[in-house]
Design a protein around this ligand. Structure first.
Ligand SMILES: Cc1cc2nc3c(=O)[nH]c(=O)nc-3n(C[C@H](O)[C@H](O)[C@H](O)COP(=O)(O)OP(=O)(O)OC[C@H]3O[C@@H](n4cnc5c(N)ncnc54)[C@H](O)[C@@H]3O)c2cc1C
Length: 406
């Protein structure tokens, strides 16, 4: 029987769970999560582009279970609700997979299922990842491949994957410096998910950009267009039952605790005031939002290395970027896919060299996506907004990338 590696993953966010799904087929995976089973489930939306979806499709991802809505392009509107532009995009034809929008909690539930469901149910080999919730990892030893827990215990493994998010407390142990931290970029985003039922009650109808008959699967953006750099981006989630609204504007005041949590509650009044010159139906929709989340956009300068010894950083801990291109979680799916290099039969002695390879091709690509995303933080046109799709969505996974670079 081939040796199975012992893999520890710190964090059950999108990066940690996708990696657990990839690795469970051939290795023994344990995920340590400081929160509970329902952690990281803020109810708003997330868009997974063709690059992420191609990888998810190899994992048995079920778009119907996740209530995913396919996206067929972008539409631009002014703040009075007039449609200015329409960019149809055949993501599947052009890049090999659809782009899908989902409720974030539905997506995470699907990843959790893929990481932990019985193998027979998924039709794969190996064993489910073991989930250890409510357990804070306080330190790691990258050279030994071990983690330290709050109760004083130390757990060893062949490989430690650090996927503890944008405010990673373990990053410095791998990078060797405490200077790499997320920095705010001066923009704030209010995020709300509003149900179609509530909007039908409030307006008596669904706007054309929401009604499935007329929306044509577009991600829509209502730009203020007056130099104020305000925009509301919308896309349908959970089979059109909800619409995600991301309301972006230059930060007005320091919101204190936002640095620590992107599930922080936002001030609905401030959100409505910020967009009070938008057309009446939009103002009415925002006014019925029941749960308002706020996040001051932030990213992190590219790291000098992601790996050290038997440990590697992935996800936002490695490459936090703002959502302006919607690529953060897609990068996390690509990171997870890179662990396919840990083929059956990989030994304890091989790990450091394989992590070096992963760093070698993942870090340059994530750095470029981060830099492109920084350009998109400005008040740019729709044409500029979609200019990077070929680079972002054209990615076909670890094995094709390695063929291209060899
Ligand atoms: C407003 C907004 C919109 C976005 N929209 C998109 C989008 O449309 N498309 C897209 O691709 N990306 C998007 N992103 C980015 C995407 O959400 C992130 O890139 C992604 O969630 C990162 O996943 P992660 O697993 O690295 O981190 P997280 O999801 O933050 O998970 C980290 C996990 O680690 C746990 N943890 C932390 N420290 C410890 C510890 N010491 N011990 C144990 N557990 C620990 C945390 O509890 C958490 O569960 C968006 C981000 C924001 C803020």
């Amino acid at each position: 029987m081939t040796e199975r590696l012992r893999v520890i993953i710190v964090g059950s966010g999108l990066a940690g769970l996708a990696s657990a799904r990839i690795l469970r087929e051939h290795h023994d995976v344990t995920v340590y999560e400081r929160g509970g089973a329902d952690t990281a489930t803020g109810g708003q939306g997330i868009s997974l582009f063709s690059n992420g979806i191609k990888i998810l499709e190899t994992m048995g991802f079920d778009r119907h279970r996740a209530g995913a809505v396919p996206c067929y392009g972008y539409r631009g509107f002014d703040k009075a609700g007039n449609q200015l532009q329409d960019f149809p995009i055949d993501f599947k034809g052009k890049y090999g997979a659809d782009t899908l929008t989902m409720k974030r909690s539905d997506f995470r539930d699907e990843l959790l299922l893929l990481a932990t469901a019985p193998s027979a149910e998924l039709g794969i080999q190996g064993s489910p990842a073991q989930m250890i919730f409510n357990t804070n990892v306080i330190d790691i030893d990258p050279e030994k491949g071990s983690i330290a827990l709050e109760d004083g215990s130390v757990v060893g493994a062949d490989l430690v994957i650090v996927a503890d998010g944008v405010h990673s407390r373990l990053r410095h142990r791998i990078v060797g410096s405490d200077t790499y931290r997320a920095k705010k970029n001066g923009m704030t985003c209010y995020r709300v998910a509003i149900s179609a039922e509530a909007v039908k009650q409030a307006l008596g109808y669904l706007p054309t950009w929401w009604d499935p008959e007329t929306a044509n699967g577009r991600i829509s953006a209502l730009q203020a267009g007056d130099g104020s750099n305000r925009m509301i981006a919308m896309y349908p989630i959970r089979n059109y039952e909800y619409m995600n609204f991301s309301c972006l504007f230059p930060t007005r005041q320091n919101n204190g605790n936002v640095l620590e949590s992107w599930y922080a509650d936002g001030d609905r009044r401030e959100m409505i005031e910020t967009f009070d010159d938008y057309y009446e139906p939009m103002r009415k929709i925002l006014s019925i939002a029941t749960e308002v989340k706020v996040w001051e956009l932030q990213d992190m300068d590219p790291l000098p290395n992601w790996n050290r010894g038997r440990a590697i950083l992935i996800g936002d801990a490695a490459h936090a970027m703002t959502p302006m291109q919607g690529q953060g979680a897609n990068m996390a799916m690509e990171d997870a896919d890179a662990f396919r290099l840990l083929r059956p039969g990989t030994s304890h002695a091989d790990i450091a060299a394989i992590l070096e390879q992963v760093d070698g091709f993942r870090r340059p690509r994530a750095t470029r996506v981060l830099q492109d995303t920084r350009v998109q933080a400005k008040d740019i046109t729709m044409e500029e907004r979609i200019a990077n799709l070929d680079y972002n969505c054209g990615y076909n996974g670890v094995f094709e990338t390695r063929k291209e670079t060899q």
